[in-house]
Structures are given as C-alpha cells and as structure tokens.
Design a protein. Structure first.
Length: 249
C-alpha cells in the first residue's frame, strides 16, 4: 500500500522569519492513516523549519534543489549531504522551473538523483510536458524520456524515490489537469517503471500530481487512479490552505 503524500514546494518564498511563523499556524486535523506531509522551504530557511517543526514528526522537510557533487567550488549550490545534515529528508529533482528557467538537463537530473540517493535523501523526481508538447500529442514521449533519464543506472534494489507528474502548463497558472489527464499520465509512468525497474518496485513508487492544486480541487485529484499524493506550490504558502489540503490526504 503506497502512502498518500502531501508536499508543499515553497519555491522562493518564506525566509526564516516567515518559516517560523508558518508552523504554529499549520495544524491540520489528519485522517487515519495519516498522510505523509513534506514541506520544501528555500534552503536558507531549512534550519528555521527544523526548529519550528520540533515535536511534529508528521511533517518531513526537504530541499528544492541539490548539486550532484558532495562539495567543491560551486558557488551558490548545496549538496545532498548538506541538506541531510540540516534535517531534510527529501530533495526535489528536476522541477519544471529548474528545467525550463535554469536549463537543467535530463543528464543533470540523473546525476542529482544519484547524489540524493547516495547521501540518503529521498529524491522526488519531477516530470511533465509543456503545452506545446501536449498539443503535439507528445505527453507520453516526454514524460517517459524524463523518467528513463532520471532512473537510468539506478542500482538493483536502490533506495526508494517518489515521482511527481507536473504538467508545465498547469504550474502556477490556475489551470489544472483533469483527473482523467492525471490518471492517464500516472498510468503511463507506472507502466514504464514496471518495464524498466520491475513490477514490484514500480508498485511501490508514489506518484504525486502537481499543478495548481488547491483546497477546492485536491479531493478530486487524489481520487484519480494512480494519484498517490500532490505537490503543491502557491497553495502551500498559507498555513490554513495547506492544512486544508493535508486534511484531504
Ligand atoms: P503550483 O506549483 O501549485 O503553484 O501550480 C506546483 C509546483 O510547482 O510544484
């Protein structure tokens, strides 16, 4: 049975002070079994988040991006090991803003997945097509290519990871994929993982949907087949709105 995962990607919002204010206001009444909740603040706010969520084991933390090297002359970057040492458990890898704003390649995504797993972080690998690619009927080609590149060379029985299907045209736009669109893409990803990683491992990987998820649409998205959770941007910034989303998990 895959756990339901409700993750919040704060992007470049909430410095340390705002992070400290968020946690006391974030008090969802969780269902039984409880969903796994993850919050991914900016790296500079991770330590403040660790402090602020003390006594809240139900909330895991993550970093939004890592470098693939352990250390070195990479000004402005953070390694997986550094993130782990702050208390982070997850690392987002290949978010669409990394791919499309910062030109991150499939090969870099692969190296980051490997670095995260090597250091003991759980990668949350993001894949998703642009509007042009969807209109050209290339959704499956694109997400399978991104998935294959991300998991290429993973050792047998490698530690676990999560996938997030985030259609680029739905991120921060208010447009959401229909539950049927999400189910179709998630089904494609699950089938491909069964081919490349084996059915047993494919069945264990939670696949989250991301793209304009909010309290009013989360229930119908979570009800779609093969949707194991959500990755939430804008609606995770407000403690009450993110709590309402977590309560649907
Ligand atoms: P959004 O972002 O919920 O603001 O669309 C989702 C994401 O980028 O992970």
């Amino acid at each position: 049975m895959r756990p339901t995962v409700i993750a919040g990607n704060w992007k470049m919002h909430h410095g340390p002070a705002a992070t400290r204010e968020f946690f006391p206001e974030f008090s969802p009444e969780l269902s039984d079994p409880e969903p796994t909740i993850g919050i991914l603040p900016p790296a500079i706010s991770l330590l403040a988040a660790v402090e602020a969520r003390k006594g809240r084991p139900e909330v895991a933390l993550g970093i939004q991006n890592i470098h693939w090297e352990h250390k070195g002359a990479y000004t402005g970057e953070h390694s997986a090991g550094m993130a782990l040492s702050t208390g982070a458990r997850y690392a987002l890898v290949g978010h669409s803003e990394r791919r499309h704003v910062f030109d991150e390649t499939d090969d870099e995504v692969r190296q980051k997945v490997s670095a995260a797993l090597g250091e003991g972080l759980i990668p949350v690998v993001c894949v998703g097509e642009t509007l042009e690619e969807r209109q050209a009927g290339r959704v499956d080609d694109v997400i399978v290519r991104q998935l294959d590149a991300a998991v290429e060379g993973l050792p047998e029985g490698a530690p676990r990871f999560l996938l997030a299907y985030e259609p680029v045209w739905a991120i921060g736009t208010g447009e959401t994929a229909t539950p049927a669109d999400a189910a179709a893409a998630h089904g494609t990803l699950r089938k491909r993982m069964a081919e490349t990683l084996g059915a047993e491992r494919a069945a264990e990987v939670p696949i989250l949907y991301g793209g304009s998820v909010k309290p009013s649409n989360v229930a119908e998205i979570l009800a779609a087949s093969d949707v194991d959770g959500v990755l939430v941007g804008g609606a995770s910034l407000d403690a009450k709105s993110f709590a309402a989303i977590a309560e649907a998990g």
